[in-house]
Design a protein around this ligand. Structure first.
Ligand code: ASP
Length: 555
């Protein structure tokens, strides 16, 4: 394993920075000069970027499992993980809260929602509504809407993940069939309810005909939502005998309580199907399994020697593979960044967006800047006496890869490589702390969720004077943004999805994500870079909590 502080590729960082700058310039100038004719070239760049991304993602699952297991084998006893584990979780929680507070302070000072044109808010709302509906069931062109019995629209359009149903009143199901999807065929639909997401019961009188034309179809008589129902499923059987299709919506009775959010976070630790978690790159249960499996290996004595050797060798081989991948990084990153920026430029939104969303972007970027360049460096220096600037340089390839991929999970292999070989963080720390961090520690996401929710609230207050952004609501936003960030996956724009929890918690219309949607892909890159840097600062700090290496470590 290479261990020089330059990693032998001291120039790689420079090449990556050059690649990003060149990519942005090419993406802005190319379409401006050559117009639509650059599209085929952009498609090629897309493929190049996707290949690099897939190569990184390909390594993540085996790397996390092998490294966590070999970390346990190195410690020799899983109980030694107790103290550093507690340090890691405390560090993650504290820095996430600090990030949220920074976001709240900055967005309250800059107040980006204040000057926004109410027409823009209405447009954004329509766009957001469409997006939510599209999420609902793009394939079938069907979405679920909630109407109360008098026919007024409910507070939010349903989506397959999040259909907000106000707590009071009698609500019925209707189905709005729009023209989003491919061919619709007239169908007979059944309404089914579920209380636990698994077993569905058919509603009496829940049968209705859905026609070919876009429109709203309703059950007759009205099917009230039974108390305690969690899911609704609409089961369509086309009258021409075609394939059955199903649309499901999760019912949120008002805002989910903090208890519900906690419950989901705890359940995220466990899986009933290890392979499914691998397929979905769902790292948290894989980490739990790997700790348990590694711990069992340490109790088996010499009988486990072969498999222990195997785990250590897999880990070493994967780390060497990542070193190789990093040589491709400048090219891969050029493709990723150029393709994404060129798409935005070709859609004609990029420079316009920079203008209309300038204050919102400024708030998020200033907040992220303060967290990454002031808070985290101070913590690093205070706890480790490391020079923060040097540390940032050592981690720069990971931070730049995070910016380019917008995925802290995909970046994880690079983060581990940089932390260990360039920054000299002990292997035992990188093996545990970084996989856990890439999964649950999202400082940038938390800061963004808080700032974006306040921005949306400020803008909404302009069109609905009944909505007042009170201090209590800001506290609710702070708490839910922290939890939502912990629950967000380390994949592109995951924060936008968990953002719905935050909006829901303070009664903001979910469609208003339309306000932040167009610029999200860009801000996502900055917050992912901060997420990754936050993880690596955590690894250096928690390193101190590990027992001294007595030579048993896997190395
Ligand atoms: N893209 C972020 C990450 O991977 C998550 C998010 O904020 O959307 O860390």
């Amino acid at each position: 394993m290479e261990s020089s502080s330059n990693g032998g590729h001291g120039n790689t960082t420079l090449y990556i920075v050059g690649a990003i700058l060149l990519a942005v310039a090419t993406a802005i100038i190319g379409p401006a000069v050559l117009g639509e004719s650059v599209r085929p070239a952009v498609e090629v760049l897309d493929v190049g970027g996707e290949i690099f991304l897939r190569l990184l993602q390909m390594v993540v699952v085996p790397l996390v499992m092998a490294s966590v297991m070999s970390g346990i084998l190195g410690l020799g006893d899983v109980r030694k993980l107790g103290r550093p584990g507690a340090y890691a979780v405390s560090y993650y929680l504290c820095t996430t809260v600090l990030a949220v507070v920074t976001g709240l302070i900055v967005v309250n000072i800059v107040n980006p929602g204040r000057g926004i044109d109410p027409v823009l808010v209405e447009d954004a709302r329509q766009e957001g509504e469409q997006t939510l509906a599209h999420v609902a069931d793009r394939r079938q062109g069907r979405r679920i809407e909630w109407h109360n019995v008098t026919g007024d629209r409910a507070a939010a359009a349903g989506s397959s993940k999040n259909a907000a149903v106000p707590e009071e009143g009698v609500w019925s199901v209707r189905v709005a069939i729009d023209q989003v999807g491919e061919a619709d065929t007239a169908a007979e639909a059944r309404v089914l309810w579920s209380h636990d997401g698994d077993v569905f019961e058919e509603a009496p009188d829940g049968l209705f005909k859905a026609g070919l034309e876009p429109g709203v179809y309703t059950t007759s008589p009205v099917v009230p939502i039974p108390e305690g129902a969690e899911f609704v499923r609409l089961d369509f059987t086309p009258q021409d005998g075609g394939e059955r299709s199903v649309v499901e919506a999760y019912l949120v009775a008002g805002a989910p309580s903090i208890g519900d959010i906690f419950k989901n976070l705890v359940l995220m630790l466990f899986t009933n199907n290890l392979l499914a978690s691998m397929v979905e790159i769902n790292l948290l249960p894989l980490i739990v399994f790997s700790i348990a499996f590694g711990a069992m290996l340490t109790t088996l004595g010499p009988r486990a020697d072969t498999i222990s050797e195997l785990v250590l060798s897999i880990n070493d081989a994967l780390m060497s593979f990542i070193l190789l991948l990093m040589r491709l990084a400048p090219l891969g990153i050029f493709c990723l960044v150029a393709a994404r920026f060129a798409h935005a430029q070709l859609d004609g939104q990029f420079l316009t967006l920079l203008k209309t969303q300038a204050w919102y972007m400024t708030s998020v970027l200033v907040g992220l800047g303060i967290h990454a360049l002031v808070t985290l460096p101070l913590l690093l220096w205070f706890f480790t006496r490391r020079n923060p600037w040097t540390y940032l340089r050592q981690m720069s390839q990971a931070v730049l890869t995070a910016f380019s991929t917008a995925s802290s999970t995909a970046t994880l292999p690079v983060t581990m490589e940089c932390a260990e070989t360039k920054a000299g963080v002990s292997r035992r720390s990188t093996e545990f702390v970084l996989p856990l961090g890439a999964t649950i520690n999202m400082d940038g996401t938390a800061l963004y969720e808080a700032a974006a929710a306040i921005f949306i609230a400020q803008a909404y207050a302009l069109v609905d004077p009944a909505f007042v952004l009170t201090f209590d609501k800001q506290v609710v936003i702070a708490v839910t943004a922290t939890l939502a960030a912990i629950g967000a996956a380390g994949i592109p724009e995951a924060g936008l999805v968990t953002m719905l929890i935050v909006l829901n918690a303070v009664g903001l219309p979910l469609e208003l994500i339309g306000l932040i949607l167009p610029i999200d892909w860009l801000l996502d890159r900055f917050r992912t870079a901060v997420n990754t840097f936050g993880d690596s600062v955590g690894a250096a700090i928690v390193d101190k909590g590990f027992p001294p290496d007595n030579g048993a470590a896997a190395a």
